[in-house]
Design a binder for this molecule. Structure first.
Ligand SMILES: NC(=O)c1ccc[n+]([C@@H]2O[C@H](COP(=O)([O-])OP(=O)(O)OC[C@H]3O[C@@H](n4cnc5c(N)ncnc54)[C@H](O)[C@@H]3O)[C@@H](O)[C@H]2O)c1
Length: 346
């Protein structure tokens, strides 16, 4: 078991890689607990939940909205939850995002923590204190910055995760390696197959190193005024792809990173061989580098992105594998680059 700490403006957040769901109650002060989870996670792990009320949600990005948040608020009122109630989200990124948002807003804020049960939540979504829900076609448009008290990354829960969801988590590990850690990138290149087979030692290093990169960035820039923007590598295009096609977050980010790398090459920031290595690694991890969606529609959807600043957009590009740069570019120029990116990826 290894731990990391994020020093948030509101509170510290402890990340416990290798912690166990069954021990979650020991991380919680002597408070009443309410669990929020989803039906898949509850089906596999309800017997390990703390013996308390559990609010079990449906699944899928479509439930990450204000209606679900409202339904949870109402259930918390029925359960007579009060300011001394501790909320634990047990699940993937969707459960974590909704739980963090509800806990941060119900009665102006309850204490909360996560047991992250997908690889994607353990390396990314559970960590860093961004919580929120989607509104209409806008990803994560309503939300808060508020750190969970703890994030338990129970690696053993990954055994029941479908292979496609493992691949999605790998996309965020590739992202962290590509923006900040050439050593992690090389490690993953060398141990790709063992990673997909969930070799425990490989997995522990991938989750810990990835969580370390994210924690370090958040410690520098919790509210995304500068350095934290780099964590959005692949996400500007990824969010557009996710909204337009409904493919999962990890797969959309994978295709988004391929587009961002192609644009980085076009702008003569990134050597073409580095872009090739990135695409090759994504493919070896069973991730898409293209999805069936009109690039023009991706280009149009960029205007809805939160990284937009007036007529410009903050775009995260690569200078080499392991080093990212944020460029503020006119939205129209980015739209044109996206539309040309298919030919750039040939
Ligand atoms: N807040 C952030 O900083 C941040 C960062 C990245 C992504 N996200 C968000 O995270 C979400 C994606 O998260 P995700 O990929 O974890 O998706 P998810 O929460 O939908 O989980 C994927 C699927 O796996 C199932 N599942 C979860 N744990 C399981 C387990 N141990 N065994 C079997 N099945 C299990 C879920 O029920 C679901 O069907 C997106 O909404 C994305 O926007 C947030």
């Amino acid at each position: 078991m290894k731990t990391l700490t994020i020093h948030g403006s509101g509170r510290d957040s402890q990340i416990v890689v290798g912690g166990r769901l069954k021990d979650v109650a020991s991380y919680i002060p002597d408070e009443r607990i309410v669990v929020i989870s989803d039906e898949n996670v509850a089906q596999h792990y309800r017997h390990e939940f703390p013996s308390t009320e559990a609010i079990v949600l449906g699944t899928g990005e479509r439930i990450k909205n204000l209606s679900t948040a409202q339904a949870i608020y109402r259930r918390l009122i029925e359960l007579e939850a009060d300011r001394s109630t501790f909320i634990v989200g047990i699940g993937g990124g969707i459960v974590c995002d909704i739980t963090g948002f509800v806990a941060s807003t119900f009665m102006r804020g309850l204490h909360f923590g996560f047991v992250a049960s997908t690889l994607l939540a353990q390396v990314d979504a559970g960590i860093g204190g961004k919580n929120g829900v989607n509104l209409d076609g806008f990803k994560n448009m309503v939300g808060t910055f508020n750190q969970p008290q703890f994030v338990i990354c129970d690696l053993q829960m990954l055994a029941t995760l479908p292979p496609r969801e493992i691949a999605c988590g790998m996309a965020e590990i590739v992202k962290h390696a590509a923006i900040a850690d050439p050593g992690l990138f090389a490690f993953l290149q060398e141990r790709c197959r063992r990673a997909l087979e969930l070799d425990p030692a490989v997995l522990e290093r991938l989750v810990f190193d990835s969580a370390k990169i994210k924690s370090a960035v958040v410690n520098q820039d919790e509210r995304e005024a500068g350095e934290r923007r780099k964590l959005n590598f692949g996400h500007t295009f990824g969010h557009a792809i996710e909204t337009l096609t409904g493919v999962s977050h990890g797969e959309a980010v994978s295709a988004g990173m391929a587009i961002a790398a192609a644009i980085s090459v076009k702008l003569e920031l990134l050597p073409p061989d580095d872009a090739e290595q990135l695409k090759e690694l994504l493919m070896r991890l069973n991730l898409p580098i293209r999805v069936a969606v009109d690039l023009q529609r991706i280009a149009e959807t960029l205007g809805k992105d939160k990284k937009r600043a007036g007529d410009n957009i903050h775009l995260v590009l690569l200078q080499r594998l392991g080093e990212a740069v944020v460029k503020e570019l006119p939205l129209n120029e980015v739209r044109a680059l996206v539309q040309a990116s298919d030919s750039l990826m040939e």
